[in-house]
Design a protein. Structure first.
Length: 262
């Protein structure tokens, strides 16, 4: 393997040969997701621009529960309405997601503007929608999960799990087959395509993960297993240290010599 070649025919975009020689290959991106409306269905992407505020268009809209404006977590989510995952938001101008009008395909087959009061009314009495250009994130702007983590949890639970259940932005197939490899990346800065991201912390999970995003069927064993065996955490969160474009197939790189959490 030459310094500029990272296995599987992958190369490090934006990296010099010298930089590549100082990097360790952690894996490669196998899926990329954004969620235009908080708790509604995600959109699978081939590539996306990622700014200081996360994946372009990610979680820019959210619905607020009636009487919860002053609440620290006022958002209407799958916790309260599991069927929200069956509503599918779409940007009418996908090349400009942060500026594009957004329409929502409802489970009944209707197509409505995200700002249409009828949509908020369908979700609950007194519900209203808001937009925040910086994104409406629970913790940090980018979430990452490996396929090994999803598979390992599935083995513990005794069922096949889809990464979409956990609503990550980046799904990575890590090098090797060790379980939960992203835990060891916490505290490190990784390069993904043109993007650099600091992996800041593990992702603490809530009851949302119990709901199948395609059927809304509830399986309490999922969160129970994460709480029992994983300190209630699965996957990781990060912040952007250099904005850039990410494409499915990009290698995920770690600079050699950077200490990693055990």
């Amino acid at each position: 393997m030459t310094p500029a070649t990272l296995g599987h025919g992958l190369t490090a975009k934006g990296a010099s040969v010298k930089e590549v020689a100082l990097m360790q290959v952690l894996g490669r991106v196998v899926a990329l997701w954004r969620y235009p409306v908080k708790s509604m269905a995600g959109e699978s992407l081939d590539s996306a621009d990622v700014s200081w505020h996360g994946v372009a268009g990610d979680r820019r809209w959210a619905f607020i529960r009636a009487g919860q404006v002053a609440n620290g977590f006022p958002w209407l989510t799958i916790r309260q309405r599991p069927e929200m995952s069956l509503y599918r938001p779409v940007f009418t101008d996908p090349d400009r997601p942060d500026a594009s009008p957004t329409v929502v395909h409802t489970p009944s087959g209707a197509e409505v503007d995200v700002q249409d009061p009828a949509l908020a009314g369908e979700l609950g009495d007194g519900v209203r929608v808001m937009k925040q250009n910086r994104g409406i994130f629970d913790v940090l702007p980018v979430s990452l999960m490996t396929t090994q983590t999803v598979d390992s949890l599935g083995e513990l639970v005794g069922t096949v799990l889809d990464p979409v259940r956990f609503r990550p932005n980046l799904v990575v197939e890590a090098a090797g087959d060790a379980p939960y490899p992203e835990d060891r990346w916490v505290g490190s800065t990784i390069r993904v395509g043109d993007l650099e991201m600091r992996v800041d912390q593990r992702d603490q999970r809530c009851v949302l993960v119990n709901y199948d995003p395609f059927t809304t069927e509830r399986n309490p064993a999922i969160l129970r297993t994460i709480a029992r065996d994983r300190d209630a955490c699965l996957g990781v969160y990060g912040t952007i240290t250099r904005p850039g474009r990410v494409t499915v197939g990009d290698p995920v790189l770690l600079r050699a010599g950077v200490s990693r959490a055990a």
